[in-house]
Design a protein around this ligand. Structure first.
Ligand SMILES: NC(=O)C1=CN([C@@H]2O[C@H](COP(=O)(O)OP(=O)(O)OC[C@H]3O[C@@H](n4cnc5c(N)ncnc54)[C@H](O)[C@@H]3O)[C@@H](O)[C@H]2O)C=CC1
Length: 409
């Protein structure tokens, strides 16, 4: 329990954290990685370079300062971050390292303004916040481990099959190396993949959505190859070019809180995706087809052109088996306009053909696409609790999405 005095001090520092947050967290990451280079094996270097991780952490610290007397208000955010931490293999022993460097960074950036009293209050508050994360994450590790065929963090898998789905997306069918089954997961969840790239010092971890419904034999991920010159492309290029059938990679247990509400067995559902955001939607669609084929379901997918559009014939086949299913393909710049339902970007007219205020919507795609779709769904009259969405990478605030910004893990 924190004393009232500590709570007051921490809350009084919230405004300065809002202003200096990113500066503090930038110093924090720099100092922590120079003292503990082994942590570079866990964190996505690209997110560090682009400042996304710093901003995400600064927002979390700021929110924690504001809510220090009612941390339960942060629980949904804590859980979302904890899912990611669990899939990365973050452990209790990492927290004191983070705490030491976070306090050090607050001191370094705020200088004399960071009095001993402030630092002590933050040390106490950090201890409480870290305790919440450690408890929630431990619970998640235990759940992952206790599931049938479950495991705690990473496990060796083998690429059983590699299938090209479009000019840019390739699927990898991953089977446990020990010949066992894979654990069940919620459609929409992701796994982390850990790879060692020859010639590189650190291992790399990336999250990829599972792109098929649960089956006991394999996990399937479908990876877009990013440009080789783009630092985002390090892992996807390696997977596309170097990882072949028979290759071994390490995989985490499935994680994530963006998934199909399977308790709703009859209500209307719309799966709305842009580009490679199609992957969790495939898992959801396959699950709907297997478990609730009477459920009215729309699959709306926007992509650049025919060449990069993945899974089209799979979706059409699944739709044939649904009692009340419809697919809508939107191509930004089609080579042939007859190959899609609409050309250009997704619009209100298109969405309102498939969605009304009762429809449960799931949205995943590049950030500007998600921003446009979510705003339009709100205009159509959907309440927030019907709009489910996921950003890849550190959690972001939609209002901060630049039209040109692209997000990924
Ligand atoms: N949930 C997430 O955070 C996701 C992030 N991404 C990231 O986004 C990047 C781009 O993904 P790609 O598959 O290459 O997508 P992309 O750049 O090919 O775009 C896919 C489609 O999104 C739509 N779109 C783009 N900007 C829009 C806007 N301002 N308004 C309305 N619609 C718009 C267009 O129809 C476009 O064809 C990927 O590199 C990936 O890292 C992709 C999928 C999910």
């Amino acid at each position: 329990m924190l004393s009232q005095k500590t709570i007051d001090i921490v809350k009084s520092t919230a405004p300065v954290l809002e202003v200096k947050g990113t500066e503090i967290t930038s110093v924090f990451y720099k100092n922590m990685f120079s003292a503990h280079p082994e942590l570079l094996n866990i964190f996505n270097h690209v997110n560090q370079k682009k400042g996304r991780q710093q901003t995400a952490l600064a927002n979390t610290v700021y929110a924690a300062a504001q809510n220090i007397d009612k941390l339960e208000a942060l629980l949904p955010t804590v859980k979302q971050i904890a899912h990611k931490h669990r899939s990365l293999g973050i452990k209790p022993e990492h927290y004191p390292i983070v705490g030491e460097h976070l306090l050090g960074a607050i001191k370094e950036v705020l200088g004399d303004a960071a009095t001993d009293e402030i630092i002590e209050a933050w040390a106490d508050a950090y201890g409480v916040i870290a305790g919440v994360f450690i408890d929630v994450e431990e619970q998640m590790y235990v759940e992952a481990e206790q599931k049938e065929a479950g495991f705690r963090d990473f496990k060796p898998f083998v690429v059983a099959k590699k299938v090209k789905e479009s000019d840019v997306i390739t699927s990898f069918y991953l089977k446990p190396q020990d010949g066992g089954e894979v654990p069940n997961f919620n459609p929409g969840q992701y796994i982390s993949v850990r790879v060692t790239i020859p010639g590189q010092k650190n291992t790399h971890i990336r999250q990829y959505s599972l792109s098929s419904a649960y089956n006991e034999e394999y996990f399937r991920i479908s990876v877009k190859k990013e440009a080789e010159f783009d630092p985002n492309g390090i892992v996807s290029t390696f997977l596309h070019d170097e990882v072949e059938e028979g290759s071994a990679i390490e995989v985490s247990a499935p994680a994530g809180d963006f998934y199909l509400n399977e308790e709703n067995t009859e209500g209307k559902v719309a799966l709305i995706s842009g580009g490679v955001g199609i992957t969790p939607m495939m898992s959801m669609l396959e699950t709907i087809a297997a478990a609730t084929p009477k459920r009215p379901a729309a699959f709306i997918h926007a992509s650049k052109n025919e060449g990069v559009q993945a899974f089209r014939s799979d979706i059409d086949d699944i739709m044939d088996g649904l009692e009340n299913g419809s697919a809508c393909y939107i191509l930004e710049k089609p080579e042939n306009v007859s190959s899609c339902h609409f050309s250009g970007y997704v619009t209100k007219e298109i969405l309102s053909t498939y969605v009304d205020s009762d429809t449960e919507c799931y949205v995943c795609g590049p950030a500007p696409f998600m921003k446009a779709v979510i705003m339009t769904l709100k205009e159509i009259g959907l309440p927030e609790d019907k709009i489910n969405f996921e950003f890849f990478g550190p959690a972001m605030d939609l209002s901060s999405v630049d039209e040109k910004e692209k997000v990924r893990s």
